[in-house]
Design a protein around this ligand. Structure first.
Ligand code: XLS
Ligand code: CA
Ligand code: CA
Length: 449
């Protein structure tokens, strides 16, 4: 990926391949921490972080919000002088997207079926559009070396999905959703996608008065099982991912958080094929920290991939800001490194520039900031785990379970009455400080080094 791939025209003129220049540089269009080939432990930064750019926020969302239209001018979305049609604009957009991926130097991208290809009510037209665009994507992947981290189907924008897709009370809509997932799976396989994501867009409810929750959840499990089997039958060997979110668009979303989805997967026997795609802003909406939901997923052996972004501490919706908080990225990378990495998952920037950010350059700056924040998070987390006393301290906190009665307890060798006998003969346990401040100081020390 040394020469930026350019399609029929250049959409980001004046911006070349983003170089690594290090902390001494004040060039906004250069990485300060992300040095793709730098080794951290036994892997390069690129291998650890597996960055992906998302198609929807970066090339489809021009900044509209509930109060007004988009603010950004996307040349690929403007009327094209000759041959203007939704498909011609999609072709222009894919050129812009691959130019951006290549100039930024990310190894992966992610897309929904109808980000890339024009939607249509008629299944045959929708399929024709998607197949046409997938063929172009395949060519551009080959020319640029950029790969597909995951594909997915948008089962939440079209009005037909207002009451849900797989959990819709109308079977006709469930079947229509399946037609889309089938096509998105076909596209993912054709493009060599390493994962396939199910975000339960409107799978949830607005009111229990009109909702049979148990029946809807059983339908969701049936739908996912059938989709899994279809994917495997056409040669999809990657990981299926469910992306939790507690609310928005529905008042209550069924895939509330990591713990809820882990329970659902285990209950329905889906935990061998499905893992979780954890989005930072969704974790915080569910009242947890990003790190908490990552840890819960990882502890279940279910942390598959990450949607890297952040919310806003002062409001309660999905702001999808680019990740810049180093405490968040260190915390995330501690979880990722402890489980031995994310592959075949990765870090997908499911994030958007602010509505007021209207220069083409802003999209580069936002991604550079996110990549630098995770690169620094990786370096600090790796140093904390390998060079600092952090892990020893954590281990020592549980030392009473490493031998004697504590070890017997862990190994299931004690009866409940044995615990009573031990407590009765030992007196009041000594207080042992949790020493949270010691860890916080150590983290800052390594962060500022
Ligand atoms: C929306 C979700 C969505 C998924 C993919 O909140 O984050 O973008 O990642 O459908
Ligand atoms: Ca997401
Ligand atoms: Ca989001």
């Amino acid at each position: 990926m040394s020469t930026p791939f350019i399609g029929k025209r250049e959409y980001f003129p004046g911006i070349g391949r983003i170089p690594y220049e290090g902390l001494g540089s004040d060039n906004p269009l250069a990485f300060k921490h992300y040095d793709a080939n730098k080794k951290i432990g036994d892997k390069t930064m690129a291998e650890h972080l597996r960055f992906a750019v998302c198609y929807w926020h970066s090339f489809c969302n021009a900044g509209h919000d509930p109060f007004g239209p988009g603010t950004r001018h996307y040349p690929w979305d403007a009327p094209l002088a000759a041959n203007d049609s939704p498909l011609a604009r999609a072709e222009a957009k894919i050129d812009a997207a691959f130019e951006f991926f290549t100039k930024l130097g990310v190894p992966y991208y992610c897309f929904h079926d109808i980000d890339m290809a024009p939607d249509a009510d008629d299944v045959a037209t929708y399929e024709k559009n998607l197949k046409h665009m997938v063929a172009l994507a395949k060519d551009r992947q080959k020319a640029s070396g950029v790969k597909l981290l995951w594909g997915t189907a948008n089962l939440f924008s079209h009005p037909r999905y207002m009451n849900g897709a797989a959990t819709n009370p109308d079977f006709a809509v469930v079947a229509r959703a399946a037609a889309q997932v089938k096509n998105a799976l076909d596209a993912t396989v054709e493009l060599g996608g390493e994962n396939y994501v199910f975000w339960g867009g409107r799978e949830g409810y607005a009111s229990l008065h009109n909702t049979n929750m148990k029946r809807e959840l059983d339908h969701m499990a049936r739908f996912l099982t059938m989709a899994r089997d279809y994917g495997r039958s056409i040669g999809f060997n990657g990981v299926y991912l469910i992306e939790p979110k507690p609310m928005e668009p529905m008042k209550h979303q069924y895939d509330f958080d990591s713990a809820t989805v882990a329970g659902f997967l285990l209950k329905h026997g889906l935990d061998r094929d499905f893992k979780l795609n954890i989005e930072a802003n969704h974790a915080t909406l569910s009242g947890h920290t990003f790190e908490h939901d990552l840890q819960v997923a990882s502890d279940h052996g279910l942390l598959g991939s990450i949607d890297a972004n952040r919310g806003n501490a002062q409001n309660g919706w999905d702001t999808d800001q680019f990740p810049t908080d180093l405490y968040d990225t260190v915390g995330a990378m501690l979880v990722v490194l402890r489980q031995g990495g994310l592959a075949p998952g990765g870090l997908n920037f499911d994030a958007k520039v602010r509505r007021e950010s209207t220069d083409a350059e802003d999209l580069f700056l936002a991604h550079i900031g996110g990549m630098d924040a995770f690169a620094r998070g990786l370096e600090v987390a790796h140093a904390l785990l390998t060079r600092s006393p952090w892990e020893t301290w954590r281990q020592q906190r549980y030392a009473s379970f490493d031998s004697g009665a504590g070890k017997d307890f862990e190994n299931g060798k004690l009866k409940f009455a044995d615990l009573h006998a031990l407590a009765s003969s030992s007196g009041e346990p000594a207080k042992i400080s949790g020493r949270q401040e010691r860890y916080e100081n150590l983290l800052n020390q390594y962060l500022l080094r």
